[in-house]
Design a binder for this molecule. Structure first.
Ligand code: M6R
Length: 351
């Protein structure tokens, strides 16, 4: 059941500390300062990594690919429906990773099948034991989020991010104490975000907006995309997310006093994104800052949604939770069918 929550989505948002703990269990070793994943003991990765995924899972893949590239491993992301082994170089050294919560998404399963035919190594990163993707691939890593009922992916996105963070360390065979400690502390920090969130005031202030924009850089860019997808999916309102630097290359034309902009301002390098915030302010757009530096950015924002400081890799996971809550509360105020949005299914089994 919904354990007293009005919707599964809200329950699942609040289950994130537990979901992340389950994902980390027996994989993060604080004393040794290492990360291991038993299921991947036999996985060898000498070549490039290609991620295939759809929707929210694609956003997780964008985050994961960036982590791999930072470790010196060439990694690219493909929308599963656009993955075409005829036009994309795949060799026997390539590791193709399908990121799929359900493990049943037809586009992703067929991309993995095509990858298998080329002789590449395949890995499924999934929540569902024995799913089609799990059976199709040479290797499986489970994200262990527990069942997700809401059509909108929430806790499984956080678990995918955490699983991909661990995968980046397993594949690069090196892990800093800082990284291990960051993972260890994450469930408690997620709890702090959930306990301290002030999003209901933001939802109330902006529920009548014409459109919502989400901007972020680096590890926050996929979170901007995810924030917009969640908003569209459950409120049926226009929302767009993009890398902050892209704003001035077109979308800025849409920015008015009726389009709130959610700016992801975390980490050490927020000054460029603050520059983009000033551009939207000059067009009178309301600004909501999601930030670990409220003192620095507060003066530029109409509302501040705070997250604890958790370093470049993990603060974006915390920031996303604020955005999940914003979408939820806007949709709730609008009386939307949050757990089963119109036209959508939990797993999309047609290509
Ligand atoms: O089960 P999958 O992770 O393969 O599903 C992929 C997408 O259909 C899914 O993430 C979809 O975008 C969600 N409903 C978003 O909340």
């Amino acid at each position: 059941g919904k354990s007293g929550y009005d919707h599964y989505m809200l329950k699942e948002i609040y289950e994130q500390p537990k979901a992340i703990r389950q994902c980390l269990r027996e994989r993060v070793h604080e004393l040794e300062g290492s990360v291991t994943v038993d299921e991947l003991a036999e996985l060898e990765c000498g070549g490039p990594v290609q991620f295939v995924a759809c929707g929210t899972s694609y956003h997780a893949a964008l985050y994961g690919a960036r982590l791999l590239r930072e470790r010196g491993i060439p990694a690219q992301c493909f929308l599963a429906s656009e993955y075409d082994v005829e036009s994309i170089p795949v060799t026997k050294e390539t590791v193709v990773v399908g990121v799929t919560q359900s493990g049943e998404t037809a586009d992703t399963v067929s991309a993995l099948r095509a990858a298998n035919r080329t002789g590449a190594t395949t890995l499924a990163l999934t929540n569902v034991v024995g799913s089609s993707a799990a059976r199709e691939c040479d290797h499986v890593m489970y994200i262990r989020a527990g069942p997700e009922i809401g059509v909108a992916a929430t806790k499984t996105f956080a678990s995918q991010q955490v699983a991909l963070a661990m995968l980046s360390r397993v594949l690069s065979e090196e892990c800093s104490t800082e990284f291990v400690e960051g993972l260890r502390d994450l469930p408690d920090q997620v709890q702090r975000v959930l306990d301290g969130s002030t999003v209901r005031a933001v939802a109330e202030a902006y529920e009548d907006a014409n459109a919502y924009f989400f901007i972020g850089r680096g590890y926050n860019a996929p979170v901007a995309l995810e924030g917009a997808l969640k908003m569209k999916e459950i409120t049926y309102k226009h929302a767009e997310g993009f890398a902050a630097g892209e704003l001035k290359h077109g979308p800025l034309a849409l920015v008015t006093e009726k389009t709130p902009v959610f700016a992801l301002l975390t980490g050490s390098n927020i000054s460029k994104t603050l520059g983009n915030v000033k551009e939207v302010e000059a067009r009178d757009a309301p600004v909501v800052a999601v930030t670990d530096s409220p003192d620095e950015v507060g003066q530029y924002a109409d509302y501040v949604l705070e997250v604890p400081e958790a370093g470049p890799w993990f603060t974006p996971i915390l920031a996303n939770i604020q955005l999940q809550l914003v979408s939820y509360w806007v949709a709730n105020r609008m009386g939307r069918s949050i757990d089963k949005p119109r036209n959508l299914a939990k797993s999309v089994t047609v290509e």
